[in-house]
Ligand binder design. Sequence first.
Ligand code: NAD
Ligand code: DAU
Length: 341
Amino acid sequence: MNILVTGGAGFIGSNFVRYILEEHDEFKVLNLDKLTYAGNLENLKEVEANQNYEFVCGDICNADLVSLLLRQHSISAVINFAAESHVDRSIAGAAEFVQTNVQGTLNLLDRAKEHGIDRFLQVSTDEVYGSLGDTGAFTESSPLQPHNPYSASKASADLLVHSYHHTFGMPVLITRCSNNYGPYQFPEKLIPLMISNAMEGKPLPVYGDGKNVRDWIHTLDHSKAIEAVLLNGKPGETYNIGSENEWANIDLVHRILELVGASEDLITFVKDRPGHDRRYAIDASKAKAELGWGPQIGFEDGLAETVNWYKQNQEWWQNIKAGGYQDYYRRHYLKERGIKD
Ligand code: NAD
Ligand code: DAU
């Protein structure tokens, strides 16, 4: 199978590319990534020399480029990871989110429709369902109620993807996964930010009362779910992916501090994220029943391994933190969230 993977230089995409090349000698992977602040070719060093892998730097919104790649590489499956993915950045400015997440997905759909395709897999998120109260979990039939510009752009893309199945019979699949963690996650997201700040002795900024709940899954389990949906998912269907692993942010931060061996005094409560979703929880029973998929990595082990990875790969995240990310950090935390410089 010749697969066009978009956004393969980001966190989840790069973990997926490494995994799928390792698992399937028969797959060829073409990675189209614009290399925004979140894209990093260092994530893909291990596969650079793999003959089944090729990288193209470009934008999923570029119609001519996408058409050319689909044709030249005889692509039969598209997996769309490419996105602006950070909620806080979408609150600071949503235009880029609509451009990439909505227009970019639409362009991929149109080009794939012209070209003819066996599989179009849209990598989506549980955030499209909005927020939960103290109990219950999102199922595939939960209503779409996105609350922030990021999740609204992802929900818009999902609706377009589904409409291309209904209207044109395109063989689309949608996955909606909960919060991922693991190696190579950009250090502006909760887990890598807290690990790296703890290692540097910097404040750990916890939004609001710290009691917002997220449902964490290791990115390798997410990769395996995407593989299962790609190979065995039913066209037109949506699959929730999750690991039944809910943590209040503050409890998770305490656990990270323990694993890093840093002081609890670093915890700093800061101004809450506007419109902050209170709780996410995913019911993944459909993917389990229909695809035989299930998460394999326990959170205790996965988190400890992840902390070790950040300990052993300090150069990777220090390079990122020393670069343009520093401007974002200053603006976001020091000014908007009131941490002193
Ligand atoms: P990320 O921000 O780490 O990576 C996004 C990648 O997309 C980067 O490599 C970036 O360069 C690339 N990209 C951005 N705009 C592009 C464009 N216009 N053209 C081509 N490439 C472009 O994101 P991530 O956390 O790896 O998330 C990947 C996908 O998974 C996203 O679609 C996200 O919505 C979804 N998702 C993420 C999570 C999570 O917990 N991180 C959970 C569920 C779903
Ligand atoms: O649920 C899936 C989503 O998970 C994905 O679709 C998104 O792409 C991904 O970024 C993630 O979104 P979240 O907003 O849940 O992730 P983030 O790491 O930004 O925040 C996790 C929780 O931690 C959230 O409740 C906000 C809180 N937080 C976050 C940061 C960055 C803090 O308390 N302090 C922080 O500094």
